[in-house]
Design a binder for this molecule. Structure first.
Ligand SMILES: [Fe+2]
Length: 437
C-alpha cells in the first residue's frame, strides 16, 4: 500500500481530550476570531455548522462543530439511490430474532479491489435507524483504499474496531490513524475516506443510531479509572484542495445514496467544536477488578456508553476485555455462567478469550442474545475449577463486546452464512454432573 499514506499516518498530530471544545486551523488565520459566522469569513472560506444534536439539547449532550471550508457542502447535485451491497439497516426484519447462541468465523476474503465501504457486511442489530434508536453490527474486509469517494452516515455514528490492518481515516475534520488495538469513531454525518496502511484490513463496526457515545460515569470508582478522557485524540484540521470529481456516498434511513461533487468535500481548512472524530488506544484502558473475591460484572470494563432515556440502561455499551491481573481468592475466575436481559455481541481483536478455549477467533464473533444461557466452555470450566489460585496475568488477548438493551436480530446473510458455526452449542456439551446430595 501507499508509502506516502504510511508516512502521513506516522507523522499525524492530534488534539487530546474527550468531548472537548477543540479548535484547529490548517492555515494560520483561517478561524474567525470572536464569532462563528462573520460577514466575511477569513481567507474567503465558507462557514458551515454541523449539528450532531438538536440546537436545544442540554449542554452536556450538545454537540456541534463549525467548519470553515473552500466550498459549502450545499453545492451538490441530487443524490440518487445506489445498491446497498451487503449493508443492512434497522429495523431488521429479514430473519426472525433467534434465541440461540450464535458464533461466526471471520468474513471470507473479499474480491480484489474491495474498499472499506464496499467491504461492509451487516451481521444484525436492533432499533430503528429512522427513530435514532438502536444499533447495527457490521464487519468489514477490504483490500483497497477508497479513491475519489467518501462516505457519510446520516443514520448514526460509526465506532470502527480494526482487527487486522491499520487504517488512515481522512475526515472532514482531519486525519486519524487507527491500528488494531485502537478504535476510531466517526460522528454522524461526517464525511470520510478510508485508506489502507497494510495490504488488507478487517474489523468490526458498531453503528450507533442512538445518543452519541460518552464516557461512563465512575460513581464510587472516583475521579480516575477506566478510559481516561485525556487519552482520546481528535484530528487537527487538514484539507484537500482538489477539483477532481468526488463521489459522496450517504447512508440515509438504511439506504445508500450517491452524488458526485465537482471537488473534494474534505476541504475544511479550519474548524472548532465538539462534533469531531476521535481515536482511542484500548491498551491504555485502566482495568479495574476485584482484589478480594469474585469478579465484578463486565460493566466495569465499559469504555464508552450510549445512554438511553432510562438511567443505567444503555442503547449500547462498548466494553473491552483488556490484559489484567486476576487475584480473587476462592473465586471461579473466568466469566461466570450467565443469562442476561441485555444482548451481547463479542468480537476478538487478537489472541484468545479467557472463557473460550477454542473456536472464538480474531475476526470472528459470538452473539448471546437476550436471556440466552452462556458462559465458559467445558474445558475452561474444568481447568478453572481445578486451577491453583495464584495471581494470574491475563495478557494474551484483546476481546470486546457491544452490549445493548434490545435483542439483536441477525440479517439473512448472517443467519445463513457459510462462516456461521453450526455446532456452537457443542462447546457446552459434556459439562458433567458433579452434584452429590
Ligand atoms: Fe454475558
Amino acid at each position: 500500500m501507499s508509502e506516502q499514506a504510511r508516512k502521513t499516518a506516522e507523522a499525524l498530530e492530534y488534539l487530546t481530550g474527550f468531548g472537548n471544545e477543540h479548535s484547529s486551523e490548517a492555515v494560520p488565520g483561517a478561524l474567525p476570531v470572536g464569532r462563528n459566522s462573520p460577514q466575511r469569513s477569513p481567507l474567503g472560506l465558507y462557514a458551515e455548522q454541523l449539528s450532531g444534536s438538536a440546537f436545544t439539547e442540554p449542554r452536556r449532550h450538545n454537540r456541534r462543530s463549525w467548519l470553515y471550508r473552500i466550498r459549502p457542502s450545499a453545492a451538490h447535485p441530487p443524490f440518487t439511490r445506489i445498491d446497498n451491497g451487503a449493508l443492512r439497516s434497522a429495523p431488521f426484519t429479514e430473519a426472525p430474532a433467534d434465541p440461540n447462541r450464535l458464533r461466526w468465523n471471520p468474513l471470507p476474503d473479499p474480491a480484489p479491489g474491495t474498499d472499506f465501504l464496499a467491504g461492509l457486511w451487516t451481521l444484525g442489530g436492533n432499533g430503528d435507524a429512522a427513530q435514532r434508536a438502536g444499533m447495527a453490527i457490521h464487519l468489514y474486509a477490504a483490500n483497497a483504499s477508497m479513491t475519489d469517494r467518501v462516505f457519510s452516515d446520516s443514520d448514526g455514528e460509526l465506532l470502527i474496531v480494526p482487527e487486522r490492518g491499520a487504517l488512515l481515516l481522512r475526515t472532514e475534520l482531519g486525519l486519524l490513524a487507527a491500528r488494531p488495538g485502537e478504535v476510531a469513531l466517526i460522528p454522524r454525518g461526517v464525511r470520510f475516506r478510508v485508506e489502507l496502511l497494510d495490504d488488507d484490513a478487517r474489523g468490526y463496526v458498531c453503528e450507533n443510531y442512538g445518543r452519541p457515545f460518552e464516557l461512563p460515569d465512575l460513581g464510587p470508582i472516583g475521579a480516575n479509572g477506566l478510559a481516561a478522557a485525556r487519552d482520546f485524540r481528535a484530528p487537527v484540521a487538514a484539507y484537500e484542495d482538489s477539483e477532481r470529481p468526488t463521489e459522496v456516498v450517504n447512508k440515509f434511513c438504511g439506504n445508500l445514496w450517491s452524488a458526485t461533487y465537482d471537488h473534494s468535500p474534505l476541504d475544511v481548512v479550519a474548524w472548532h467544536g465538539t462534533h469531531a472524530p476521535y481515536v482511542y488506544d484500548l491498551r491504555k484502558f485502566n482495568v479495574i477488578g476485584s482484589i478480594s473475591y469474585d469478579h465484578p460484572d463486565p460493566s466495569i470494563f465499559t469504555v464508552l456508553t450510549s445512554p438511553s432515556d432510562t438511567a443505567g440502561l444503555a442503547g449500547v455499551d462498548f466494553v473491552v476485555f483488556a490484559p489484567r491481573w486476576l487475584v480473587g481468592e476462592d473465586t471461579f475466575r473466568p466469566p461466570y455462567f450467565h443469562r442476561n436481559v441485555m444482548s451481547e455481541y463479542m468480537g476478538l481483536i487478537e489472541g484468545a478469550y479467557d472463557a473460550k478455549a477454542e473456536g472464538f477467533v480474531p475476526g470472528g464473533g459470538s452473539l448471546h442474545n437476550m436471556m440466552s444461557a452462556h458462559g465458559p466452555d467445558r474445558e475452561t470450566f474444568d481447568k478453572a475449577s481445578a486451577a491453583e489460585l495464584k495471581p494470574q496475568k491475563i495478557d494474551d488477548g484483546l476481546a470486546f463486546m457491544f452490549e445493548t438493551r434490545w435483542p439483536i436480530t441477525a440479517t439473512a446473510q448472517a443467519a445463513g452464512a457459510d462462516h456461521l458455526q453450526r455446532a456452537y452449542d457443542d462447546v457446552w456439551q459434556g459439562l458433567e454432573r458433579h452434584f452429590r446430595a
